[in-house]
Design a protein. Structure first.
Length: 128
């Protein structure tokens, strides 16, 4: 049943029905005690981030990074959540790692440039 709950959660996330999606992801986690759904923490983090619960988002994105250290998605999302939580340098460091993991992803470059721009680091923003 875990994949069914997970897939329903993805649909609910796309519809911005975050509370219902979170409930489905939690049901998915309960039905998946061995943790075979590796992307579960990433999606939990995305929901928490969308609801501006940055501390919870950071926790889930850190879990996502620990299970998939080369995931540009996990590192990029962790970096943005850290930045939003006020941990600017840590956020930029994670987004930079995401860029190294997936140099072709435009969103990662955009987030890195924006983070530098918001710090008034214009030359670094332009390079990103």
């Amino acid at each position: 049943y875990a994949p069914s709950h997970f897939n329903l959660a993805i649909v609910l996330m796309q519809k911005k029905e975050y509370d219902a999606a979170l409930e489905e992801l939690n049901l998915s986690a309960d039905a998946d005690p061995d943790g075979s759904l590796r992307r579960l923490p990433l999606h939990l983090g995305i929901i928490h981030f969308a609801q501006k619960r940055y501390e919870e988002a950071v926790r889930e994105f850190e879990r996502a990074v620990s299970s998939a250290p080369d995931s540009g998605d996990a590192r990029n999302n962790l970096g943005v959540a850290l930045y939003m939580q006020g941990e600017t340098e840590k956020g930029i460091a994670e987004i930079t790692k995401a860029r190294c993991a997936e140099p072709g992803r435009a969103i990662i470059w955009a987030n890195l440039g924006l983070a530098h721009f918001l710090k008034d680091e214009i030359p670094a923003a332009v390079r990103a």
